[in-house]
Design a protein around this ligand. Structure first.
Ligand SMILES: C[S@@+](CC[C@H](N)C(=O)[O-])C[C@H]1O[C@@H](n2cnc3c(N)ncnc32)[C@H](O)[C@@H]1O
Length: 337
């Protein structure tokens, strides 16, 4: 993972994806890096199986390397659903406050999201970007008939996106529904700065506005046709407060959608890749972030359906419907007021 981090951060994979084979001097020149380090990295990547070598017997500086197409897709193509170039970034972010994290296990304090830094935000954004842009308007929202119809109608619908991070869910909704206006909310200023830049680059900043706000702020006002929260309720110290705010933003007519990890219904040690992965994020990032503000529900990434049902009940919702939308990582909940 951390050798991939160097490849992504230093632009090695990107430079190699621009075609043909390359030697260490050419790659170092193209990426403005040091030749000796670059040569060692190339050899490591070849031995690890990421890169192909044209002639193994050539002298180390003459040896030419290529990035095979399947690796190019995973490491460079940000628009592919198979893109994982953001994974080493988010992993580096998740481990950034390792000392503070270790101490938190002793003290019971949390670790603020800001301690995880820009790479956590950038990595999270990169992991979900292609998924949101490709699936939001083609399968996810169209499969909720009343919501889909409202988003297409005049007058243009209003959408609130809670815990939007770098904004890709808001941008995806706006791109797929040209009449819609979206307000994205997040309490993390650097995330909102990144979201504003992403909306500008995507050409939707006239219809998508981002705001630095706590999701549980009872002062959140407005009347929205759709209120969504992607992969963030489990991070919040006050998930019930956030759900209450979502309920009030949706009023009597709006729909409330929570999308969170597709973890098992109950704790089990029998093989479940999603729980395995989500516990990993939880012990390093989501649980300590959720414990940074007090009082805290102390949820963690592994928020099971019954936990969300209990939060929703406490927030005044009548029931929670699990929507039949297929996705490997996410479960889609519709909260009924
Ligand atoms: C795992 S990220 C998900 C970001 C984005 N929704 C996505 O799916 O890529 C969780 C987000 O929740 C935000 N968040 C956590 N607690 C919050 C709160 N109380 N109010 C607003 N945002 C919050 C964090 O700042 C972070 O951007």
């Amino acid at each position: 993972m951390f050798s991939m981090y160097l490849g992504v951060r230093l632009g090695y994979y990107k430079a190699m994806s621009e075609g043909g084979s390359i030697n260490s001097t050419e790659l170092a020149t193209r990426t403005k890096t040091n030749e000796r380090y670059t040569r060692e990295w190339l050899e490591q990547q070849a031995v690890a199986g990421f890169l192909q070598v044209n002639d193994e017997t050539a002298g180390s500086k003459d040896r030419r390397y290529t990035l095979p197409d399947p690796c190019r897709e995973v490491l460079v193509d940000q628009d592919s659903l198979n893109y994982l170039g953001a994974l080493p970034l988010i992993l580096a972010g998740a481990l950034r406050p390792l000392q503070a994290l270790t101490e938190a296990y002793r003290s019971g304090q949390g670790v603020a999201y800001s301690e995880y830094g820009a790479e956590c935000i950038e990595g999270q954004a990169g992991m979900n970007r292609a998924l949101f842009l490709k699936e939001m308007g083609s399968t996810w929202l169209p499969s909720i008939a009343d919501v889909h119809e409202r988003l297409l109608e005049e007058p243009g619908a209003k959408v609130a996106d809670i815990g939007t991070g770098a904004g890709w869910s808001s941008i995806a909704i706006a791109k797929n529904y040209p009449k819609v206006r979206v307000d994205g909310f997040d309490f993390d200023e650097p995330s909102i700065a990144m979201a504003n830049e992403n909306a500008r680059d995507a050409g939707v900043d006239n219809r998508v506005k981002f705001h630095v706000r706590d999701a549980a702020d009872p002062g959140l006002a407005g009347q929205y046709d759709l209120v969504v929260a992607f992969e963030c309720i489990h991070d919040m110290s006050n998930p019930v407060g956030a759900l209450k705010a979502m309920r009030s933003l949706a009023g009597a007519k709006g729909a409330v959608l929570v999308v969170d990890e597709r973890v098992g219904e109950a704790f089990s040690t029998s093989k479940n890749d999603i729980d395995w992965m989500m516990y990993g994020w939880s012990i390093f990032c989501c649980l300590p972030v959720g414990m940074a503000d007090r009082p805290s529900a102390e949820t963690g990434t592994v928020m099971r359906p019954d936990t969300l049902r209990a939060y929703a009940r406490e927030a005044g919702f009548k029931s929670v419907e699990i929507l039949p939308i297929e996705n490997y990582f996410f479960r889609f909940y519709r909260l009924i007021p």
